[in-house]
Design a protein around this ligand. Structure first.
Ligand SMILES: [Zn+2]
Length: 349
């Protein structure tokens, strides 16, 4: 039995709990295969389809660099390092300027954030799907909080009737693409922000190119089909998915962590028929509702990036603005789920 240490970034993207594992194997490749049997979501990160270990890893056995097919002595220490990180074992975080230290002082003084946490936020890439009611407060608060890269995808144009709740837009941007309108406002909030905009609808083709580029995907969309698509693609590429939905006076929030707990389709196996499906466009939405729900989503996204607190994984938070009550429904991975094909490990959660 050898001790295997993997890079922190893999712990995060694969939704694992630890960097350190005990593994058996005659060679380094066999040891990595043994870990992938326990955590199949690691397979795509460690191995090419051909079965070769990916070249961007440095494999270190008892302090010396080794080839993938090198023998692994009994009770040795195997460390997998990311070559791009200069061998430090973790991805390099960007430094903060003095200006940024002043700007984020109220964050940095929180022990749960600190300067390292603020650097994690600066390094983070978050995609917000939809730049409407939910996407507006999410984008504005994440920009203010110092998230380094924000992606916005929306194909819609700002309409006067949006201004009742979509606060990132304004009177002067009615008639312009929502992502361009949002860009103007977000630039004004944080000129250091790296903003990537997609004036398009998220679809089967572009989702596979766009989603893997990000660390967290936040749901600001208004339909089931897009959510099933986000769910499938985030699951495939190991990207956390923060879900939020609104209708009239009610909201829902949850978090789906690939490889760790249930997914969106475990929660909603089938979309309801159109006759009873909630639709904000023809049934209305209370103007402040997306503010509340969107910021609950933004909160979970920041916690995922910082690695703090308890997430809403396996928990659906339901908000009723009329009775001003929050309640929580626990849910588990469904063995029959077509999206995640729940593993035994997940069912034990
Ligand atoms: Zn599922």
């Amino acid at each position: 039995m050898s001790k295997l240490t993997i890079p922190e970034v893999l712990v995060r993207v694969a939704g694992l709990d630890s960097r350190i594992y005990s593994v058996d194997g005659e060679t380094i490749t066999e040891a990595l295969r043994a870990l992938c049997q326990r955590h199949p979501q690691l397979e795509q990160h460690f191995f090419h389809d051909s079965g070769q270990v990916k070249e961007h890893f440095m494999l270190v056995v008892d302090g010396a660099l080794a080839a993938p097919d090198a023998p692994l002595p009994e009770a040795s220490e195997l460390e997998v390092l990311l070559a791009a990180s200069g061998g430090s074992g973790s991805t390099e975080l960007p430094h903060l300027s003095n200006d940024e230290r002043a700007r984020y002082a109220r964050h940095i003084m929180l022990p749960q954030v600190g300067e390292d946490g603020q650097r994690k936020l600066k390094a983070a890439k978050v995609l917000i799907v939809g730049t409407g009611g939910l996407g507006s407060p999410i984008a504005m608060y994440l920009a203010a909080a110092g998230v380094g890269t924000i992606g916005l995808i929306d194909f819609d144009v700002v309409d006067q009737s949006n201004l009742q709740r979509q606060i990132v837009h304004s009177i002067t941007t009615v008639g312009t693409p929502k992502v361009s309108s949002a860009r103007r406002r977000l630039r004004d909030i944080n000129d250091q922000l790296h903003l990537v905009t997609y004036d398009a609808e998220l679809n089967e083709e572009n989702a596979r190119d766009i989603i893997p580029e990000y660390d967290v995907i936040i749901d600001g969309c208004d339909n089931y089909a897009t959510r099933y698509l986000i769910n499938r693609v985030t699951r495939k590429y190991g990207v956390p998915y923060v879900y939020g939905a609104i209708f009239q006076f009610d909201g829902q929030v949850s978090v789906f962590l690939p490889g760790r707990g249930p997914c969106y389709q475990c929660l909603h196996p089938e979309a309801p028929p159109p006759a009873i499906a909630p639709n904000t466009n023809n049934k209305g939405v209370f103007g402040v509702l997306p503010g509340v729900v969107g910021l609950l989503e933004a909160t979970e996204a920041l916690k995922i990036i910082l690695g703090i607190g308890d997430l809403l994984a396996g928990r659906l938070l339901i908000y009723d603005a009329l009775s001003m009550r929050f309640r929580e429904v626990a849910f588990r991975a469904r063995p029959s789920c077509r999206a995640c094909g729940a593993t035994v490990e997940e069912l034990c959660l």
